[in-house]
Design a protein around this ligand. Structure first.
Ligand SMILES: [Fe+2]
Length: 208
């Protein structure tokens, strides 16, 4: 049954801060283009495929299911991950940066031994993504353990059903204006704008 209250297509979510608020770690220009052009492109891409599917079903027309679903996975993955990324960032000193406290601090210490060790492993995961992709901190539903996921593109190496607590976009489109090709410098800057309150919230929801 279709839930009439749910939108049938994706929409670009507004950022929970202004474009200039993540400076100096992400410039206004970089953030604006990333959100308005790149993220929007995944929203548009996913919606175009959904409309194509709707039409083909209505017309009883054949389509190339394999390539359509591959393209859909790329676009939905891009849309969902960007939405998570924006909300796990916050302006430095105003919710962003510092060390995790509460639930995420405890869980990170338990799994990794220390925040420094976690930071090192996550940084290495982000810096070494082959091509374009993401680093993600996830929680396994079966064991409750925190596990780092190194996503290639938007959809490869994903552990099915693991709750994503924090993501870092390391597509070059995330940092080329500010850092040129220096991904490591961008990853280093990321730690100043991590929204630990949001990560705590996601973890607490996952632990319910
Ligand atoms: Fe991106």
């Amino acid at each position: 049954m279709i839930n009439a209250e749910k939108p049938r297509l994706y929409v670009l979510p507004p950022l929970p801060y202004d474009y200039k608020d993540l400076q100096p770690y992400i410039s206004e220009e970089q953030l604006r283009i990333h959100h308005q052009k790149h993220h929007q492109a995944y929203v548009n891409g996913a919606n175009a495929i959904l409309e194509r599917l709707d039409k083909a079903r209505k017309d009883s027309a054949d389509l190339d299911v394999k390539s359509t679903l591959k393209e859909l996975s790329w676009n939905i993955g891009g849309h969902v991950l960007h939405g998570m990324f924006w909300s796990n960032l916050a302006p430095a000193g105003k919710g962003g940066g510092g060390q995790p406290k509460g639930a995420s601090g405890d869980a990170i210490n338990k799994e990794f031994g220390s925040f420094e060790r976690f930071k090192k492993e996550f940084t290495q995961a982000a810096v070494s993504v082959e091509g374009s992709g993401w680093a993600a901190l996830t929680r396994c539903r079966q064991t409750g353990r925190l596990i780092i996921m190194q996503i290639e593109k938007h959809n490869t190496n994903v552990y099915p059903g693991y709750r994503i607590l924090m993501v870092l976009d390391v597509f070059e489109h995330a940092y080329y204006i500010d850092y040129k090709n220096d991904r490591a410098k961008f990853v280093d800057a990321f730690w100043n704008i991590v929204n630990w309150n949001e990560i705590n919230k996601r973890l607490e929801e996952a632990q319910k």
